[in-house]
Write a protein that binds this ligand. Structure first.
Ligand SMILES: N[C@@H](CCC[C@H](N)C(=O)O)C(=O)O
Length: 288
């Protein structure tokens, strides 16, 4: 079985081309594939399938809003095998993969996701390096909540970008202090986030830039989270009493640009396609 490996600001993915949605992607198999010792290793998996084929195969109940049957659909899974609605870095890598591998010849098209169709603009699509802007859609504020880290309470803003986030802007945090935090097990209010949450810790905006780290639901700490950078930008703007603006979000894996206008967000950033290869059929069958 063919696979590719790619990353967006070092948030890395195994990409499985499966246009007709034939693969059985059960959670233990995905967890094994994404494991960095037992498998290929990745923060998540991107199945490349036609949206209509996923409906026909029973993976999706119906076509999500803004998605047509012929659209390519990013069937995203976290490293632990759980399903997530959206992945901002994943969409950029997915769109780059489609164009670089000749599955899509337009530079502007819609990528299907469980959070709806996401229009993308592919600015660059080399065999290795790409650059993509994603229309991330509406950023919905859920209200205030808190995260805990090492016994300290961080006030944050619940934000829905298709998937749930808790973005904690700490006015006392410098980029050096942020780098020293232990993000292995942040706490959150499960009553507020019954389906779990991705948690961002960040500095306020300074010269248009915030520094952010993230603990992802279903993965652990990652070096970047695209939806998380959008949530972070929205929370940082609100911290400054603003709703709209452009924010450069610096994460351990690089930097992305987030633009928010009238409650809608655009995410622009890089994508890197690292490798293609073959997964051994015997190994794959043994994981079932
Ligand atoms: N890394 C992704 C987000 C992936 C999903 C997330 N872990 C969740 O469970 O919601 C991104 O770039 O947005």
């Amino acid at each position: 079985m063919e696979f590719s490996k790619g990353h967006g600001t070092e948030n890395d993915f195994v990409i499985l081309p499966d246009p007709d949605a034939r693969l059985d992607l059960d959670a233990p198999r995905i967890a094994a594939l994404c494991d960095r010792r037992r498998g290929l290793g990745a923060d998540g998996l991107l199945r490349v399938a036609r949206a209509g084929a996923l409906v026909a195969a029973g993976v999706l109940d119906a076509l999500p809003e803004g998605t047509a049957a012929d659209d390519w659909f990013m069937d995203y899974r976290n490293a632990d095998g759980s399903i997530a609605e959206m992945c901002g870095n994943g969409v950029r890598v997915f769109a780059h993969y489609l164009t670089a591998h000749g599955l899509e010849n337009r530079s502007e098209f819609v990528v299907g996701s469980r959070a709806g169709g996401k229009p993308v603009v592919v600015h660059e699509s080399g065999p290795v390096v790409g650059e993509v802007t994603v229309d991330m859609g509406v950023v919905r504020t859920l209200g205030e909540s808190t995260a805990t880290l090492d016994g300290r309470v961080y006030p944050g803003l619940g934000i829905d970008v298709g998937n749930p986030h808790l973005a904690c802007v700490d006015p006392h945090l410098t980029d050096t202090a942020l780098a020293a935090l232990d993000l292995s097990a942040p706490g959150f209010d499960p009553g507020f986030f019954p389906h779990g949450v991705n948690i961002e810790f960040l500095t306020p905006i300074s010269s248009g830039v915030v520094h952010m780290r993230v603990h992802e639901r279903g993965v652990g700490e990652t070096r970047s989270c695209g939806t998380g950078t959008v949530a972070a930008a929205a929370a940082a703007l609100r911290f400054d009493g603003a709703t709209d603006g452009a924010v450069r979000v610096q994460i351990p894996g690089g930097a992305v640009q987030v633009c928010i206008e009238n409650g809608r967000a655009w995410l622009r950033g890089p994508s890197v396609l690292v490798a293609t290869g073959t997964i051994d059929d015997d190994w794959w069958s043994a994981q079932a």
